[in-house]
Design a protein around this ligand. Structure first.
Ligand code: PLP
Length: 397
């Protein structure tokens, strides 16, 4: 039967990564792949993680299965971290959560839950959105459509268009996928006032938010980055949440994430949790333990928690510093809109208004590797190469 296998087209990110790897120019700048890098271009293991691993290694007593819904201490700690300990959804027991294999696993479990409870709902995703959202969610058998989000001229969020499109096209009971912060690929986030308005709109139109929180702590700060989620949870009776610890704990390959259903009443939360367990059982049976155990170890140990917060702050501040530096360097005639956007956008990504040909010219003539869409990962730059990066961008536009 394998003679019938047709080769799959190469993933565009992988193709660009390969080209970058093969490029021997010493001055090359890799802004392609979506992982955080330090000033030396390394994706290092956090010190807090190293310490927690050592402690956990000495304490761990079994490698037996962790159960279909995974480590519930981890789920509790993560929910408290994102929503605040005193959040009524937590104190009233209105959240059913499960540990998942990364943010991607969480997104898929959430989509599978939607396929059980709302098989006819359409899931609306921003245009553009993270490339893997569509395969991850539509593979659960759900219909997907898109709403306008990023304006490639102003390089900001087209909030009015977003609301009016959803108002005209989305049906009651549909689901709206929202990037909780650090929108991938654009870096353009809603302001607190826009989150407030969106929450009221979702309530009034009977739409369910599905919040993807993959970068919290890496945008403007923990409370700023969770503002939208908290506002929605306070306003709309039911919210679905997929969170990842890949970026903020730099635990990428450990595959640690969380899916949660915030239910209108406490009696439904245990049912939602058991549904997540039953769904996970059908896909991977049980999530891996290590990453979640490390996150729990960090969050429950005051010195480790402080160390992690300081490391998270350092990652975020480094990116904000690079954004400010790139913005200053782009702030010349013709680069003003980009300069303002790069400074105001959040997290690792920005989408610059470049054509595929301009992106190609940046790669071939300037050894600057970015996606054809114009997406850059700011963490791939450093303070020494930013002036050259800005010059290269200005040269191709
Ligand atoms: C917007 C968004 N959501 C979710 C994820 C999932 O991350 P992971 O599965 O690595 O935890 C990513 C990763 O790049 C992302 O960019």
């Amino acid at each position: 039967m394998f003679e019938n296998l047709a080769p799959r087209p190469t993933d565009p990110i992988m193709a660009i990564m390969e080209k970058c790897k093969a490029d021997t120019r010493a001055e090359k700048i890799d802004l392609g792949v979506g992982v955080y890098k330090d000033a030396a271009g390394q994706t290092v293991i956090l010190e807090s993680v190293k310490k927690a691993e050592a402690l956990w290694g000495a304490e761990e007593t079994t490698k037996s299965y962790v159960g279909t819904v995974g480590n519930q201490d981890f789920c509790q700690d993560m929910l408290e971290l994102m929503l605040g300990k005193d959040n009524p959804a937590i104190t009233e027991g209105r959240i059913g959560a499960a540990q998942a294999a990364g943010g991607s696993g969480a997104l898929r479990l959430g989509a599978e839950l939607l396929a059980v409870v709302a098989p006819n709902a359409t899931v609306w995703a921003s245009n553009p959105t993270w490339a893997n959202h569509i395969p991850l969610i539509s593979s659960a058998g759900l219909k997907m459509d898109s709403y306008p989000y990023y304006n490639r001229e102003t390089l900001g969020v087209d909030f009015e268009d977003m609301l009016s499109h959803l108002n005209d096209k989305a049906a009651r009971g549909d689901v709206v996928l929202l990037h909780g912060c650090c929108h991938n690929p654009t870096g353009a986030d809603l302001s607190p006032a826009q989150w407030d308005e969106l929450a009221g709109f979702m309530l009034q139109r009977g739409l369910t938010p599905y919040v993807d929180l993959a970068y919290f702590g890496l945008g403007r700060g923990m409370s700023e980055d969770t503002y939208g989620l908290r506002k929605l949870v306070a306003t709309v009776p039911e919210v679905l949440l997929a969170a990842s610890c890949s970026k903020n704990f730099a635990l990428y390959r450990e595959r640690v994430g969380l899916v949660a259903a915030i239910t209108a009443t406490a009696d439904k939360s245990a049912i939602a949790r058991s549904q997540f367990g039953a769904i996970q059982r059908k896909i991977i049976s049980m999530p891996p333990d290590h990453g979640a155990a490390i996150v729990t170890r960090i969050l429950r140990d005051e010195p480790l928690r402080k160390l992690w917060i300081s490391e998270l702050d350092a990652m975020r501040e480094r990116m904000l510093g690079l954004r400010a530096q790139l913005s200053d360097a782009l702030n010349v005639q013709g680069g003003e809109t980009m300069a303002a956007a790069v400074k105001n956008q959040n997290g690792m990504f920005s989408t610059l208004p470049l054509s595929k040909e301009q992106a190609e010219a940046l790669r071939s003539e300037h050894a600057v590797y970015l996606m054809n869409s114009g997406r850059i990962n700011i963490a791939g730059a450093n303070s020494e190469n930013i002036p050259r990066l800005a010059e290269a961008i200005l040269a191709v536009i």
